[in-house]
Design a protein around this ligand. Structure first.
Ligand SMILES: O=C(CO)[C@H](O)[C@H](O)COP(=O)(O)O
Ligand SMILES: [Fe+2]
Length: 226
């Protein structure tokens, strides 16, 4: 059997925005660019919008994973689809019509993904799971880069795996927040396939080495899954 490798999505929230092109070049060995959109309402912070996404898409061939931390994502999702988002993640806690939103994202040719905050139980996802390509399990409360991984997240990943198998679905599972080489192996052993890493990649002296080291640890975790 071919060994599945963990996929790495550096969050450019931790990049130097004054040199964004060079920062994107420095993560060329990754699988996705993780693009955090914050509206100052759903989360207490502001980041970037569709204009910068358009520029990122012009600069890189890497698929862009757009994480919408915004209230009422149905109102703004079209901007990000038009700007070329490859994956769009909306928060379960922020939307009203999850099925309609996931369907709209897929109709635009992007992958649909739903995120849950640390305080939201996995069971909340049962009705939307058949309609999404990925689930993002937040491993910090969203809003800032550089926070510490919340212990207990691995248990939640196990619950998600059980729920998916009881429903007969197999979305990709992404984790976001406080991920690095110290926990990549255990989150992947617990069910994660895609690792978002902001400070662990952009804060490293050599981003290429950091990406490879986190990927190797995650891939060991996938190989060791029960
Ligand atoms: O969604 C996010 C924050 O809400 C970011 O993607 C996340 O925090 C990544 O940063 P780090 O790896 O430094 O925790
Ligand atoms: Fe994120």
């Amino acid at each position: 059997m071919t060994q599945r490798a963990a996929r790495i999505a550096p969050s450019i929230l931790s990049a130097d925005f004054t040199r964004l092109g060079e920062e994107l070049d420095s993560i060329a060995g990754a699988d996705y660019v993780h693009y955090d959109v914050m509206d100052g309402h759903f989360v207490p912070n502001l980041s970037f919008g569709p204009g910068i996404l358009r520029q990122v898409k012009c600069h890189t061939q890497m698929p862009v994973d757009v994480h919408l931390m915004v209230e009422d994502p149905e109102q703004s999702v079209g901007w990000y689809l038009e700007a070329g988002a490859d994956i769009v993640t909306f928060h379960y806690e922020a939307q009203r019509h999850a099925h309609r939103l996931a369907t709209l994202i897929r109709e635009h040719g992007a992958l649909a993904s739903v995120a849950i905050n640390p305080g939201t139980p996995v069971a909340a996802l049962s009705s939307i799971l058949p309609y999404v390509d990925m689930v993002l399990v937040m491993t910090v409360d969203p809003g800032y880069g550089g926070q510490s991984f919340i212990e207990g997240s691995c248990e939640k990943l196990g619950e998600l795996r059980s729920l998916c198998s009881s429903l007969g679905v197999s979305p990709l599972v992404e984790v976001d927040g406080g991920i690095g080489v110290a926990n990549a192996e255990r989150v992947c052993a617990a069910g994660a396939d895609v690792l978002v890493a902001g400070s662990a990649v952009f804060g490293a002296p050599d981003r290429g080495v950091a990406i490879e080291t986190i990927r190797e640890a995650g891939t060991r975790g996938i190989a060791g899954r029960a």
